[in-house]
Design a protein around this ligand. Sequence first.
Ligand code: HEC
Length: 171
Amino acid sequence: MRPVRGIVVVALLAGLPLTLAAWPQQAPLFDPTPWSGDCDSIESVPLRQHVNYDTDIQPIWSQRCANCHVDWGEFPEADLDLNPPNSWYFLVDQASSNPNATQIRVVPGQPRQSLLFTKLNCAIQDVGLRMPRARPDLPLDEQALVHDWILAGAPEHGDDTIFRGGFQPRG
Ligand code: HEC
């Protein structure tokens, strides 16, 4: 090996730990809130790495929340407008419109803390009824999509999860 090339190789190897140390660390995605026994288990549905709000989540609202929160008559139920393009703004970091509820509709990163997810996932509610009201419960794969979107930080468009570290068991 010519000396110059050897110096370059040594310099690159020496710099590697520094480069790795400076690489943005992805905190493991984990919602510490315990699962409640009144809620459906989504354990069997593989974790989705990339969830797109516009193409994965909005179609659930448009199909299953119609007449009440989508394409309503006079006012959306519970002041919750799930029509595109408003729905994201009515959900993320928004307080419940119910004066007896203390929950936030969507807490980014914390699905089980989010009123929206518990309304879709759990039989017993602190306030009001399970959604979609008076209709069949959401299939588990749709519940899991909503869960994984919130866990990924509830991004508005596309997905922000390109550095997410692979599939993980649900915790
Ligand atoms: C048949 C009408 C109806 C349908 C369908 C329906 N909802 Fe509701 N929703 C209501 C009513 C009425 C309330 C207020 C009472 C309550 O919380 O139970 C409500 C409340 C909510 C709340 C709580 C809002 C807050 O600020 O407290 C969420 C979240 C919600 N619905 C989500 C959904 C989603 C998501 C769907 C579709 C998957 C859906 N709902 C389908 C009637 C409906």
